[in-house]
Design a protein around this ligand. Structure first.
Ligand code: NAD
Length: 231
């Protein structure tokens, strides 16, 4: 049986594709107050402002391309059982070719009914507007998890992480819970690698190698290293 590699990714893996992170010095939350654009209260107060915020983010994602880090992870699938658990709402892992991706915080290129979370639709292009409705006649909202909303896939993500033989953590400040606590479910014994130029110094887990590098330069070297040494 193939060994399982679990990869936890955050906004940093998409930074070199031109998608802004949230908490870096020039990140998104320096420009916007999240309560105003990414919360159920904001949707209730001014849905058009929320839609416009996500339309701009979606345009950015549609125009972006997967980078060397997304592509390097795809190669692992020839040798390992690879499960990607991402906090990102972009689709750059899928467009690079990764086949097993869980989006903890939703998918920006999809919309869903504001009344029935089971009614999910792909968005053509990048705009979702007031008046766009689902088959239930309700206004569509972005298919993303807002602050204060539950994270639907957190339980399966914990199970998957528990069964990891190797853990990679890439481009996340490990600040947003519950995603940030996932790595703690991995076995103490397995090798772990954390790639982030500004890696969270408070993370202390056994067998962790911290690589303070950009994902786009670190992963194309780390992937062949894993194939040669851990298969
Ligand atoms: P974050 O903004 O808190 O942290 C980003 C991390 O990426 C930082 O630690 C930073 O040092 C690191 N980083 C920056 N450039 C990097 C590079 N080239 N290579 C590797 N690492 C790099 O983001 P987070 O930890 O993912 O926070 C979670 C929240 O951000 C989630 O809610 C997620 O949904 C959201 N988010 C997603 C996207 C996206 O879909 N691409 C973009 C922005 C934010």
């Amino acid at each position: 049986m193939q060994k399982r590699i679990v990869v936890l990714t955050g906004a940093g893996i998409s930074a070199e594709s031109g998608i802004k992170t949230f908490r870096d010095d020039n990140g998104m939350w320096k420009q916007y107050r999240f309560e105003e654009v990414a919360s159920p209260e904001a949707w209730h107060k001014h849905p058009e402002v929320v839609l416009d915020f996500y339309n701009q983010r979606r345009k950015n994602v549609v125009e972006a391309e997967p980078n060397a880090a997304h592509k390097a992870l795809v190669k692992l699938e020839d040798y390992f059982d690879v499960k990607i658990i991402t906090q990102n709402v972009d689709d750059l892992h899928e467009r690079a070719g990764s086949s097993d991706v869980i989006h903890l915080h939703g998918e920006i290129r999809k919309a869903r009914s504001s009344n029935d979370p089971r009614l999910i639709y792909p968005i053509k292009g990048w705009q979702l507007n007031m008046g766009d409705k689902g088959e239930d006649g309700e206004q569509l909202r972005p298919h993303v998890v807002w602050f204060g909303e539950p994270v639907p896939y957190i339980e399966p993500a914990m199970e998957i992480t528990r069964e990891a033989d190797i853990l990679l953590i890439v481009g996340t400040s490990l600040n947003v819970y519950p995603a940030a606590s996932l790595f703690q479910y991995a076995s103490k014994k397995i090798p772990k690698f954390y790639v982030d130029p500004d890696a969270n110094a408070e993370i202390q887990i056994p067998n962790l190698k911290i690589m303070k590098e950009k994902a786009g330069s670190a992963l194309p070297d780390l992937v062949p290293h894993l194939i040669d040494n851990y298969m």
